[in-house]
Each structure stands twice: as structure tokens, then as C-alpha cells.
Write a protein that binds this ligand. Sequence first.
Ligand code: URA
Length: 254
Amino acid sequence: MVDARQVAYLQALGVDCYVPRSAPPLQAEAEVIVAAAPAPSAVVVARAGAESVQPDAAADLDWDELRVTVAACQQCDLHATRTQTVFGVGNRQARWMFIGEAPGAEEDKQGEPFVGRAGQLLTSMIRALGLRREDVFIANVLKCRPPDNRDPKPSEAASCRRYLERQVALVNPTLVIAVGRIAAQNLLATETPIAKLRGKVHSFGAQAWPVVVTYHPAYLLRSPGEKRKSWQDLLHARQLFGRLEQESACGGRT
Ligand code: URA
């Protein structure tokens, strides 16, 4: 680890920063996403300011309190049709956080996000980044399954938002990946089409956590021709992640 004193020494020596941890190598799983993808196009940085966050009851909860609160939630009608809530899974200190739309049938049954076919592809995408599924934290905009997998209603997403904001605050990731159009539009409070949200750096929540957007794996299963673009998004994310970690080692984000 590089502490503040070391950074000061290095800066005094004219060295901008020293980051001892090398980025994980891209793995063979990349081929699952797409073979021979071209280099990513230039990254357009369009980082918005922090959104205002209303004070709410979830803002001070710890992990266990939050999990219990979500499990008991009846703030919208989805509680009546769910088998169980799907809180989220993974490393609570993860540096990468993946946020999807809502649980599907399999997730509702198992109580874990992204465990169906789309989930398997998401796991491959995570592995293509050189990570394991258990290294990252995975959550959804909604904690309950909408009937027939319909799109979340704005009121449902609004009810769940405080839980998601608290999860992101507790994880405090270096980078958030918004998985799919619905997740991206909800996180970023926009109706901009996903094609225009990709390739940029957005921000979410009280601390303006950086967010990049990619296609939902369920969409990629239906449109395998788009996997190439999704691979470009992952390369963009990985490059950005390296930069953000370097900045934070230099005393930027904490
Ligand atoms: N799609 C999502 O967005 N989330 C899941 O958990 C499963 C499928």
C-alpha cells in the first residue's frame, strides 16, 4: 500500500505517484464476450456533479440492518408477488460494483441476482475483466421481481433507490457498471438512449461514484452481434478503473 507519507516522498522526488498493484491480466474468458475486438474508441468524459440525495431512513443503516429492512419492505406492490427480496451479493469491500435492473424468475426463486442465463453471461463478463464473481458486488435497481419481468415502474424504482444508494455507499466502489438500459437510465435519472450513455463516464449518488454503462447480458444473448460493443465497454471500464485507482492512491478519492 502507498500511504500519504510515501506519496509525499515520491512527489518530492518528482514522481507523480507509485502504484504497486498491477491491474489483473485480461483472461481467456474475454473470448466468451467477443473474439478480436478492436481497441476502444476515445473515452468521452462527461462526469456530472453529485445528485442531491434526500435524507432517508436507510442512509445510516449498516449492512445487517439494511438487509433486514429490505427483506421486510412493503413500500410498493411488488412485495405481494415476490417469493423473496433479492438484496445483492458479493464482496462488501468490492472495488467493482455491477448494478442490473431487477430480479427475474430464477433470481426471485434463489434470492441472488444474476443467476439465470443472463447471469452466467454477466459472470463471463466479470471474468473477462480478470475478476471473479465473488470479488465484485452485484445488485439491482429493484430488490423484488416485477410480474412477468415487466419494466420497473418509476414509483418502484424510487422506493428502492434509497436501498441502492445505501448499498453503494457501504461498498464505496471505485467504479460502478450499470448493466443495461433500464439500470443505466434509473441510476443516472435520464431517458437518454443507452447508445448515447455508453463510452462516457457518469456519476451516481452522494459521492458521485463513477459509472459506466454497458449492455444487459440478456440483450447480448438476444443480439450476439452486440457483444463486440460490450467488450469495448469493458475495456473502457478497465482502463478507467486503473486511472481511478491510481488517482486514489495519489490522495484523490477515498
Ligand atoms: N437481470 C437483471 O437485471 N438482474 C438480475 O438479477 C437478473 C437478470
